[in-house]
Design a protein around this ligand. Structure first.
Ligand SMILES: C[S@@+](CC[C@H](N)C(=O)[O-])C[C@H]1O[C@@H](n2cnc3c(N)ncnc32)[C@H](O)[C@@H]1O
Length: 347
C-alpha cells in the first residue's frame, strides 16, 4: 500500500516495470509487465480528474463514446464519484484492458489524504511480458459478446459456469447501508451503462458503507480463496455483475439517478446499456489505418434530435472484421431514444 501511496502522491506510474504496447487495431493499446509482480502488489493507478457524479453526467452528454468509456464511477462517502481519465495524459492506468475470465489485477478504491484513488493490485503473480488486464465488470461488452454466445452451450462445464452461477445470485444488491443507494457497480452514461468493478474496501472508515448482500458475500468468499495471502484483497467485498447473453445491445438515452438502470440495468426489459463501439470504428477519425465508419454514433445522435415523431436510422461499420449494425430510433411521444448495436458475424 505504501508503494501505491508514493506513486499516487507523485502522480507517477511504474514506467520501469510497465510498458504500453499496441496490440491490434481492435483492442488498441494495452499495458504489459516488464518485471515480475507478486500477488497483492500495487500495479498502476487509474488516474484522472476526480469529479462528482453530476459532473460526470454532464461530461457523458458531451463526450464522444470513445472518451466516455474513460469515465469511471465509484461509490464513496454515500455519493457517486468519478475519475475521468479521458485525457491522453500519458498515464498508464487508463490503458489497461478488460479480461473478465483471467484478470490478473483488481481495482480497489483507496483513500489517501482524504481523497479517493483507484488502484490496480495484482491478483496473482504477473510475469514479464504478460498483459495487465482487469475485469471491467458488467456484460455485453462487444469484445466479450462473441465468446459468450459461443460458450452458451458449454458454459455449464467451463470455468465460467462456476463464475456465472455465482454471478446469477450475486447480481442484485439486496441490502445496503447506503441510505437507499446501491453501490454503483456499473457506470451510467448518457447513452448507456458502462460496467466497472471497484473494490470498495479501503482504510477509510466509510468502507463500512459497503453493500452486503448475501450474494456479494458468496462472491467475496470466492475471492478470498483466490487471494488468501493478500491483506489488500483478502477482506474485500465485491460484487461482480451477472453476465447476460443477448443478441443485441440497447442503449438508453437518458437514465435518471434513482433509476434501477443506474445500478441494475439487466432488471429492465426495456434494454440495458452498452455504450461502447468497437474501437476500430470509434477511433477511425484518429487512426491512419483508413478505418472509416459511414456514420459515427455522435452524428447519428444529432440526427435524432432533429427527427420529428418516430424514426429509425441504421448504419454499419466499414471496418475490417465483424460487421456491426447500429440503429437509432427516437419516439418523441415517449420522449426516449434508443440505439441498438448488433453484431452480424463475419462479412
Ligand atoms: C480504457 S480503454 C483501454 C485502452 C485502449 N485499449 C486504448 O488503446 O486506448 C478501453 C477500450 O479498450 C478496448 N478494450 C479493452 N479491453 C478489450 C478487450 N478485452 N478486447 C478488445 N478490446 C478491448 C475497447 O476498445 C475499450 O473500449
Amino acid at each position: 500500500m505504501e508503494d501505491a501511496t508514493i506513486h499516487a502522491t507523485k502522480a507517477q506510474d511504474k514506467t520501469v516495470e510497465l510498458d504500453v504496447q499496441f496490440i491490434n487495431p481492435y483492442k488498441g493499446r494495452g499495458v504489459f509487465a516488464k518485471c515480475q509482480f507478486g500477488k497483492g502488489d500495487f500495479v498502476v493507478e487509474y488516474r484522472g480528474d476526480l469529479i462528482t457524479w453530476e459532473e460526470s453526467q454532464r461530461r457523458r452528454r458531451t463526450y464522444h463514446r470513445a472518451s466516455a468509456v474513460f469515465l469511471y464511477e465509484f461509490y464513496w462517502k454515500e455519493k457517486i464519484w468519478c475519475i475521468d481519465a479521458s485525457r491522453e495524459d500519458g498515464s498508464l492506468g487508463r490503458l489497461v484492458n478488460d479480461d473478465h475470465r483471467h484478470p490478473n489485477c483488481k481495482m480497489k478504491r483507496v483513500i489517501i489524504e482524504g481523497k479517493p484513488h483507484l488502484f490496480l493490485f495484482a491478483l496473482r503473480e504477473i510475469h514479464p511480458g504478460q498483459e495487465i488486464p482487469y475485469d471491467y465488470g458488467g456484460k455485453d461488452w462487444p469484445w466479450r459478446k462473441q465468446t459468450l454466445e459461443q460458450s452458451d452451450a458449454d458454459v455449464e462445464s467451463s470455468d465460467s459456469a462456476v463464475f456465472s452461477a455465482v454471478l446469477e445470485t450475486s447480481e442484485r444488491p439486496s441490502t445496503s447501508t447506503m441510505k437507499g443507494l446501491n453501490k454503483p457497480e456499473r457506470v451510467c452514461s448518457s447513452v448507456g451503462l458502462i460496467p466497472s468493478l471497484v473494490d470498495y474496501s479501503d482504510s477509510d472508515s466509510d468502507s463500512q458503507d459497503l453493500c452486503t448482500s448475501p450474494a456479494q458475500q458468496i462472491e467475496s468468499s470466492k475471492t478470498q480463496s483466490l487471494v488468501s495471502d493478500s491483506d489488500l484483497i483478502l477482506t474485500d467485498q465485491e460484487s461482480i455483475p451477472r453476465l447476460r447473453r443477448t443478441k443485441s445491445i440497447q442503449i438508453k438515452e437518458r437514465i435518471e439517478f434513482d433509476s434501477d438502470d443506474l445500478f441494475d440495468p439487466i432488471s429492465d426489459n426495456s434494454g440495458s446499456g452498452e455504450e461502447y463501439i468497437p474501437k476500430s470504428c470509434e477511433d477511425s477519425s484518429e487512426d491512419t489505418d483508413g478505418l472509416v465508419c459511414k456514420k459515427s454514433p455522435l452524428e447519428a445522435h444529432k440526427d435524432l434530435q432533429i427527427q420529428a415523431e418516430y424514426s429509425t436510422k441504421t448504419w454499419q461499420n466499414t471496418c475490417p472484421g465483424p460487421l456491426w449494425l447500429y440503429s437509432a430510433s427516437t419516439d418523441r411521444s415517449k420522449g426516449r431514444a434508443v440505439e441498438t448495436i448488433e453484431q452480424h458475424g463475419a462479412r
